[in-house]
Design a protein around this ligand. Structure first.
Ligand code: UDX
Length: 478
C-alpha cells in the first residue's frame, strides 16, 4: 500500500507582541484545521509568559502537526520591550536572532514532518526574507497591522520628500495630505502614523516602516488580516506593489466560524500574555443591553498619570457603567493609585469595573457592551467590528492614527478623539456615542458585523482566499 504523502510544513515567525501574535496563532490554527504541519517560533521571553498566562499547549493539543519552538531575542530578561524601548526589540532580533533562525529552519523537520515548505513571517521582520532566500525556502509575509496604514507606509518616501510627514506638532496638522492616493479628501497630517515621541527612536521606527514598504514586495505573497468588503479601495492600491494578496480576515472570527461545531470552551482560542480575568463576564451579565462602555488601550500603549486621571474623571462623569482594562504596566511608576481621589473611588465603586486583562473578544461580543473606547490597534478594531460595537478612538502610535480616521470618516463606525485627552472631551464623546447618536452608530456597526460574517461563510471572500493560500502552499512542495 502506498504511503500518504506528508502534508506541507509551514514555519511561522510572528512579531513578539500580543496583537500580531494573536493573529499569527489564529492563522496557525486555521492552517492546522486544513491539515498542514506548523512550526511556530516565538521568542523565549514570549514563551515563558505564554506558559504562565495561558495553556497554549492544550490549545493545540488536538493538532499533532503543531509544534511550538522558542529562540532568544537577545535582550536581557528585565528589558521592558514596550513603551520607548519598543524599537530596541527590532534591532536585537535582526542582530541576535537572525543567525539562529537559519539553524531553526533547517532543524525543524524530522520524524513525521517534512522539511519546511514555506515560511510565514511578520512583514516588518525584513531580515527573514534574506534568510529564506539564502536557504531557498519560499516566504510569504503577513502584515498584521491595518491595510490602510500599510498603504501609508508604501507612500512614506513620497510623504517625506513632500514634507507632509511632520513630527512637529506645531505644524498645521489639519491640512489634508496629498501624497497618499485614494485618501486625499479625508486624511489629515494628524492622521498619519506616529512613530513615538521618543526622539531617536521615533526616527528609527520611521526608517523601519519605510524600509518595510520596500521589503514587502520581495515575498511571494502578502497575507492581510482584513476582508475585501471593508478595505477594497485601499487593497487595490496595495496590489500595485504586491499583486498577490491573501485577505483572509477577520482572523479571530474566521477561526471561530471554522471551530464552532468543535469548540468546547470559549477560552480555548486564547494566546494571552496576561492572565485573563473572566469575572468581568459575570459583571457584564448583570448589566442591561448596550449599557456599558468598554475601555482598553491594547498591549503596548502606556499612559501618563495625568492622562489616566483625565480618562478616569471623564468616564465617571458620564454616568454610564464602564469596564476598564488597566494593564499592570500601563502607567510608568507605581504610585498612581494614591492619586485616586475619594470621589473617583466612589464613582468607580458605583459604576465601574476595573481589571488587569480581560478576554476581549468575548467582552466585545457581549450584549451589554454598547461602545468601545480603544487605542485603535488593528486587532481591537476588527474585534469591535465583528462584535458590532461602535468605537471612540484614542490612538497611541503606529497604525492607530490612520485606523481611527478610517473608523470615523470612511467606515462611519464611531468617533475619533485623537490628540485630545481631557475629561470633558471624554465625557462628551461617550455621551455622543452611547446616547445622542446611539441608533445611528449601532445600526452601522451591526450592518458591518453582518458583512464581516458573510465573507467568512462558504463562498465568501476571506473563505475563498484562505483556500487559495492553502493550495498555493501545497503547490510549493517539491
Ligand atoms: C500592536 C499595535 O498597537 C497595533 O496598532 C497594531 O495594529 C498591532 O500591534 P496592540 O497594542 O497589541 O497591537 O493592539 P491590538 O492590535 O488591538 O491587539 C491587542 C490584542 O490584545 C487584541 O487581540 C485583544 O483582544 C487583546 N486583549 C486586549 C485582550 O485579550 N485582553 C485585554 O484586556 C486587552
Amino acid at each position: 500500500m502506498e504511503n500518504k504523502p506528508l502534508p506541507p510544513h509551514v514555519f511561522i515567525f510572528p512579531l513578539p507582541y500580543q496583537g500580531p501574535m494573536n493573529s499569527m496563532f489564529n492563522l496557525a490554527e486555521l492552517l492546522c484545521l486544513e491539515g498542514l504541519h506548523i512550526t511556530f517560533l516565538v521568542t523565549e521571553y514570549i514563551h515563558s509568559r505564554l506558559l504562565t498566562s495561558t495553556d497554549i499547549q492544550s490549545r493545540f493539543n488536538s493538532y499533532p502537526g503543531f509544534q511550538l519552538r522558542s529562540v532568544s531575542d537577545g535582550l536581557p530578561d528585565d528589558h521592558p520591550r514596550s513603551g520607548e524601548k519598543f524599537v530596541e526589540v527590532f534591532d536585537s532580533l535582526e542582530l541576535k536572532t537572525k543567525p539562529l533562525l537559519k539553524h531553526m529552519l533547517l532543524t525543524s523537520s524530522g520524524g513525521l514532518r517534512r522539511p519546511v515548505t514555506c515560511i510565514i513571517a511578520d512583514g516588518i521582520l525584513g531580515f527573514t526574507c534574506d534568510v529564506a532566500k539564502e536557504i531557498g525556502i519560499p516566504i510569504i509575509y503577513f502584515r498584521t497591522l491595518s491595510p490602510c496604514c500599510l498603504w501609508v507606509f508604501f507612500c512614506l518616501p513620497k510623504l517625506i520628500d513632500a514634507g507632509e510627514l511632520s513630527l512637529d506638532q506645531s505644524d498645521n496638522m489639519d491640512r489634508l495630505v496629498k501624497n497618499v492616493p485614494g485618501t486625499e479628501s479625508f486624511l489629515r497630517r494628524r492622521d498619519l502614523p506616529r512613530f513615538g515621541t521618543f526622539g531617536d527612536l521615533a526616527d528609527k521606527t520611521l526608517q523601519l516602516s519605510k524600509k518595510e514598504g520596500q521589503e514587502n514586495p520581495r515575498a511571494l505573497g502578502l497575507i492581510l488580516n482584513t476582508f475585501e468588503e471593508l478595505d477594497g479601495p485601499i487593497l487595490s492600491h496595495i496590489r500595485t506593489f504586491c499583486p498577490n494578496l491573501y485577505t483572509i480576515g477577520p482572523l479571530h472570527a474566521h477561526l471561530k466560524a471554522k471551530l464552532s461545531p468543535q469548540t468546547t470552551s470559549l477560552e480555548s482560542s486564547s494566546s494571552s500574555l496576561w492572565n485573563e480575568d473572566w469575572s468581568c463576564m459575570t459583571w457584564l451579565d448583570s448589566q442591561p443591553s448596550k449599557s456599558v462602555i468598554y475601555v482598553s488601550f491594547g498591549s503596548i500603549a502606556t499612559l501618563t498619570k495625568a492622562q489616566l486621571i483625565e480618562f478616569w474623571y471623564g468616564l465617571v462623569n458620564t454616568g454610564f457603567k464602564f469596564l476598564w482594562v488597566i494593564r499592570p504596566d500601563i502607567v510608568a511608576g507605581k504610585d498612581w493609585e494614591s492619586q485616586i481621589s475619594q470621589d473617583l473611588s466612589e464613582g468607580t465603586k458605583q459604576r465601574g469595573y476595573i481589571v488587569g486583562w480581560v478576554p476581549q473578544k468575548e467582552v466585545l461580543a457581549h450584549p451589554a457592551v454598547g461602545g468601545f473606547l480603544t487605542h485603535s490597534g488593528w486587532n481591537s478594531t476588527l474585534e469591535s467590528i465583528c462584535g458590532g460595537v461602535p468605537m471612540i478612538c484614542w490612538p497611541y502610535f503606529l497604525d492607530q492614527q490612520v485606523n481611527s480616521r478610517f473608523v470615523s470618516e470612511v467606515w462611519k463606525l464611531g468617533l475619533d478623539m485623537k490628540d485630545s485627552c481631557d475629561r470633558v472631551v471624554v465625557e462628551n464623546m461617550v455621551k455622543e456615542l452611547m446616547e445622542v447618536r446611539r441608533e445611528e452608530f449601532s445600526h452601522r456597526a451591526e450592518e458591518m458585523a453582518q458583512v464581516a460574517k458573510r465573507c467568512l461563510s462558504d463562498g465568501g471572500s476571506s473563505f475563498c482566499n484562505l483556500h487559495r493560500l492553502v493550495r498555493d502552499i501545497e503547490d510549493m512542495m517539491i
